[in-house]
Design a protein around this ligand. Structure first.
Ligand SMILES: Nc1ncnc2c1ncn2[C@@H]1O[C@H](COP(=O)(O)OP(=O)(O)OP(=O)(O)O)[C@@H](O)[C@H]1O
Ligand SMILES: [Mg+2]
Length: 273
């Protein structure tokens, strides 16, 4: 049940994301969640779909990690502008605010805007999907928290999580505690990359998410997992779960600041040619 991070393993992860529209990455602090996700994003960037502009990736980070540790991609300093260029193939949104509510609403506005854009494109193409928008969201508990799934905002996110794969919105959410992520989201998420967990609450949640005999085996596997090691859990088919090792991420070049004009407006400038 153990695998190095080979090409095939990575393909399975990417397929599961595209098939179901979401992937959660959870585990205790410093266990390697962001690192695992960086490997995933790098692999997404190597796909034909990305090269052709079909996959568009937006990374939402408020902890200032990607900006220093990922490869050469443009980042927008969201404390300088809230205008997000629409058609970049990949963009890092550096959410510098300590106010998590503000960060969350910036993310929600972006995903909502994209949602209407997706609908419009699909109508024009008579039901065919063209662009697929992939969002990497750090601190996903701020968006899908246990108390935040009500009201208009909650309904919108539930829709994205439930139906996103049908119209081209995909979410990779990262968080430290499964227990902090809304049960309604966990129930709808088939694949979870799960590293060592801390609290009993997380384990209890896992037990509620799947048949208890399976959960016991799964819990056994994740107890005491080392840094970089995750269980790729397929909730619906627990026997297919794998232990995967994600090595330390070695960046090639650093992200660079997207060209923002003095008046705070974004200047459209293609970076990948
Ligand atoms: N397989 C690995 N081998 C060695 N070092 C690793 C490995 N995976 C991650 N690291 C290092 O461990 C540290 C924590 O990794 P990372 O930031 O990915 O963890 P995290 O789970 O996202 O943490 P946080 O909960 O703070 O967001 C980083 O310095 C990273 O380079
Ligand atoms: Mg992290």
């Amino acid at each position: 049940m153990s695998e190095e991070l080979g090409k095939q393993t990575m393909e399975k992860i990417l397929q599961s994301l595209i098939l179901t529209g979401k992937l959660l990455i959870v585990g205790v602090p410093q266990i390697g969640k962001t690192t695992a996700c960086q490997h995933i994003v790098r692999s997404l960037m190597e796909t034909k779909e990305f090269q052709e502009g079909i996959f568009q990736i937006k990374i939402c980070d408020s902890a200032n990690v990607w900006k220093w540790r990922f490869d050469k991609i443009p980042f927008v300093d969201m404390t300088k502008t809230h205008n997000i260029p629409e058609d970049e193939r990949i963009l890092l949104l550096d959410l510098g605010y300590t106010d998590t509510k503000l960060n969350t609403s910036l993310i929600e506005n972006m995903v909502r805007g994209d949602y209407y854009r997706q609908k419009e494109i699909i109508n024009k193409l008579e039901g065919r999907l063209s662009i697929r928008r992939i969002y990497v969201i750090e601190e996903i508990q701020n968006v899908f928290g246990t108390y935040s799934m009500s009201g208009d905002s909650g309904r919108f996110w539930l829709k994205v999580v439930s139906e996103g794969a049908n119209y081209g919105q995909y979410i990779i959410g990262l968080g430290q505690r499964l227990a902090d992520i809304s049960t309604r989201i966990c129930e709808r998420t088939r694949y979870i990359l799960i590293g060592a967990t801390s609290g009993q609450n997380d384990l209890a949640k896992l037990k509620r998410m799947m048949p208890s005999s399976k959960a016991t085996v799964i819990i056994d596997k994740i107890m005491g997992l080392k840094r970089g090691v995750f269980l790729f859990l397929d909730k619906e088919n627990a026997e297919n779960s794998m232990i995967i090792y994600f090595p330390k991420f070695v960046q090639t070049e650093k992200p660079y600041e997207y060209n923002v004009k003095q008046d705070g407006k974004i200047e459209a400038r293609r970076v990948f040619v």
